[in-house]
Ligand binder design. Structure first.
Ligand SMILES: NC(=O)c1ccc[n+]([C@@H]2O[C@H](COP(=O)([O-])OP(=O)(O)OC[C@H]3O[C@@H](n4cnc5c(N)ncnc54)[C@H](O)[C@@H]3O)[C@@H](O)[C@H]2O)c1
Length: 276
């Protein structure tokens, strides 16, 4: 066992919502830091999958694309199986598949749209965690520095500032992201005796396709002005790789005592009382 550092993250990464946006940025960050394989799991069109895979492969990392819906148990079981058949194990999971859901006050809410949001953002995280943990429980630890605590696997779930805060018209998204944090806490306690860590991250405001279509132009219609206010409170525009790199760091065995946490990647948005 060498005392010298090698690649930061030499294991296998498995990322739901990995074809584009923040999930893809995580896939790229793992590839950059020396992952030996990355599986991206999504329901996107082939073109988006291909673009997402290409960005990973540019760093010399093998990338497996898996079409699977996080709301379907049989899909998640199959997705983990396919990744393990290809790469032998899963060291770092990041559960980033998500949707914004309806932007309506509770008195007007369409309950089926509300439920769909819970299905993707909450049940989807649960199902992914279930099959990732089952695999991690079966495998030996990744190599860790001499004398350090073993790690059979790390899972990072995607919450949001809405796992702490809310605003009118966001009951579906807010409830789903609070649930994501709750699932993370229970999973963290269940996993620790097996050397599996489960944490969440809460990104701030990043102009992904999800935001472009639903917040700026679609269902929620919050508009450009409100988005600018959010970014001002965050301090600046954020880059996708700023989330990707944090997820890699959270996943490293050196983070051995960090478990069940929800790390805000928001430039100080949630501690800022002002809009500047
Ligand atoms: N962009 C932001 O400002 C922001 C802030 C906080 C949290 N988030 C969270 O980040 C995560 C990624 O979102 P993004 O902003 O990159 O948007 P995005 O739309 O670019 O990415 C989300 C991905 O999830 C996939 N997906 C949706 N439903 C799925 C399903 N049922 N099964 C499998 N895949 C599915 C989509 O196809 C898409 O590729 C989400 O969980 C979102 O809630 C985003």
């Amino acid at each position: 066992m060498s005392r010298r550092s090698g690649p930061l993250a030499p294991g296998i990464a498995f990322i739901t919502g990995g074809a584009r946006g923040l999930g893809n940025a995580i896939a790229v960050s793992f590839a950059k830091e020396g992952a030996s394989g990355v599986a991206i799991v999504d329901i996107q069109h082939d073109v988006t999958f291909q673009e997402g895979r290409k960005k990973v492969e540019e760093f010399g990392c093998e990338c497996l694309t898996i079409r699977a819906d996080v709301t379907k148990e049989e899909d998640m079981e199959r997705a983990v199986k396919e990744a393990v058949e290809k790469f032998g194990r899963i060291d770092y999971a990041a559960n980033f598949a998500g949707i914004v859901g309806p932007g309506a006050p509770i008195s007007e809410i369409d309950v089926s749209e509300w439920q769909k949001t819970q299905d993707v953002n909450s049940k989807g995280v649960l199902l992914a965690t279930k099959y990732e943990m089952r695999q991690m429980m079966k495998q030996e630890s990744i190599e860790v520095e001499l004398g350090r605590v073993l790690q059979r696997g790390s899972i990072v779930n995607c919450a949001s500032v809405n796992s702490l805060q809310s605003m009118p018209g966001t009951s579906a998204y807010t409830a789903s992201k609070h649930a994501c944090h709750g699932i993370t806490k229970a999973a963290a306690l269940e996993g620790r005796s097996c050397n599996i860590r489960v944490n969440a991250v809460s990104p701030g405001f990043l102009l992904t396709k999800m935001i472009e279509s639903s917040v700026l132009g679609g269902d929620m219609k919050l508009g450009q002005e409100m988005w600018s206010t959010f970014e001002a409170r965050q301090g600046r525009k954020a880059q996708f790789e700023e989330v990707g790199d944090v997820v890699v760091l959270m996943s490293l065995p050196r983070m051995s005592l960090v478990n069940g946490q929800n790390l805000f990647i928001d430039g100080g948005f949630t501690i800022n009382e002002s809009n500047t």
